[in-house]
Design a binder for this molecule. Structure first.
Ligand code: ATP
Ligand code: I3S
Ligand code: MG
Ligand code: MG
Length: 306
């Protein structure tokens, strides 16, 4: 949209359909003010009213909003987001990537889907059949933004597998020295932060610990590890060319602009990495410099009309 005036300033109206939690963490007052200075205005979309009666918007920002409006840039297409709302399809694209020659390897931990109708009594057999090694991380299959979809647990022994509640994804636990890399993507921009994560599981724990260890909402609770004095073998960032390839390939394959990747380095290696989680429209409020990065991204969207 053009405004009258000597300098024709571009006005960008961004309609948003976000939960109140996301609104609070993302649309912080200083971000809104900075954006307004650049001609970007955020307007809440009323979910009870038709889109036709609202706007017009230049960009629509949403996490699970399904309506479409042809001339508007919808971030991102609901079908593409859908892919990340199921922990089985979420990591398929990573598993299919070929990042050889990129200063490291990126894989996905071996995983097994236990469907809704499966009885928990069959899980030990399925795990053995798949050749998977304990301990296993059990994750709810569907990610729907609820606290429950983030209630994970580690199963240390076969008996504890019987207590699990399908539908879920079982993933081999990969020791990674208790540190996780969160790779935030905003269009073509990548920002990596370090977070404390689950500690290594050794032979000792495997012999002594039994049952299920439940850990609800671990990543949100996990403190930033960016300022900590850490073992460089564990804390060194993944190589930049590897991250750039991974981000570019996933952006293309997933058809998304706004997501983050949880990546771990296999303990004792320099360059063997695993992607364990991908989140659509994550907590950008926790990403350093997100305000300026988002403003540049929104302006480039309107300019290039992706
Ligand atoms: N395969 C694995 N091996 C080792 N640790 C793991 C594995 N999978 C998950 N974890 C640990 O459990 C945490 C939570 O797992 P995950 O990221 O899959 O859950 P989530 O609820 O989707 O998290 P988020 O809040 O980032 O969406 C990770 O941050 C990591 O500390
Ligand atoms: O509330 P749901 O829809 O489940 O999505 C969460 C993501 O799964 C998390 O990854 C976000 O936290 P991180 O930005 O630390 O990844 C987390 O960010 P938040 O802690 O700012 O709310 C959420 O976006
Ligand atoms: Mg995670
Ligand atoms: Mg997640």
């Amino acid at each position: 949209m053009k405004l009258n005036g000597e300098e024709e300033e571009e006005k960008v109206v961004v309609g948003y359909a976000l939960t109140s939690k996301k609104k609070k963490s993302f649309l912080k007052p200083n971000f809104i003010a900075l954006a307004r200075n650049k001609g970007i205005f955020f307007v809440a979309i009323d979910l009870n009213k038709p889109m036709l009666e609202q706007g017009p918007f230049d960009v629509v920002l949403h996490k699970d909003y399904r309506h479409k409006h042809p001339e508007v840039t919808i971030l991102d297409p609901p079908d593409a987001i859908q892919h990340l709302l199921n922990r089985q399809s979420m990591l398929q694209n990573v598993a299919e990537l070929n990042l050889s020659d990129c200063h490291g390897k990126v894989g996905v931990p071996q995983q097994l889907v236990i469907t809704k109708n499966a009885s928990a009594s069959t899980i030990p057999y399925e795990v053995t059949k798949a050749g998977m090694k304990l301990p296993l991380v059990a994750k709810p299959l569907v990610v729907d933004g609820s606290a429950k979809s983030h209630e994970l647990c580690i199963a240390y022994d076969e008996l504890s597998l019987l207590k699990l509640e399908p539908p879920l994804v079982l993933q081999e636990f990969v020791n990674h020295g208790g540190l996780l890399f969160k790779i935030y993507i905003v269009g073509e921009t990548i920002k990596v932060v370090r977070r404390f994560s689950l500690p290594n599981v050794g032979k000792h724990e495997l012999l002594d610990v039994d049952g299920l260890f439940r850990f609800p909402r671990v990543s949100c609770a996990a403190a930033s590890a960016d300022e900590a004095d850490l073992d460089p073998n564990i804390a060194e960032h993944p190589p930049k060319p590897l991250l750039e390839r991974l981000a570019r390939d996933l952006r293309r394959r997933l058809g998304l602009h706004l997501f983050n990747i949880d990546m771990i380095r296999e303990h004792g290696t320099k360059d063997v990495f695993y992607v364990i989680d991908i989140n659509y429209f994550p907590g950008y409020g926790k990403m350093p410099e997100y305000e300026q990065i988002f403003i540049d991204f929104l302006l480039s969207l309107v300019k290039n009309k992706v």
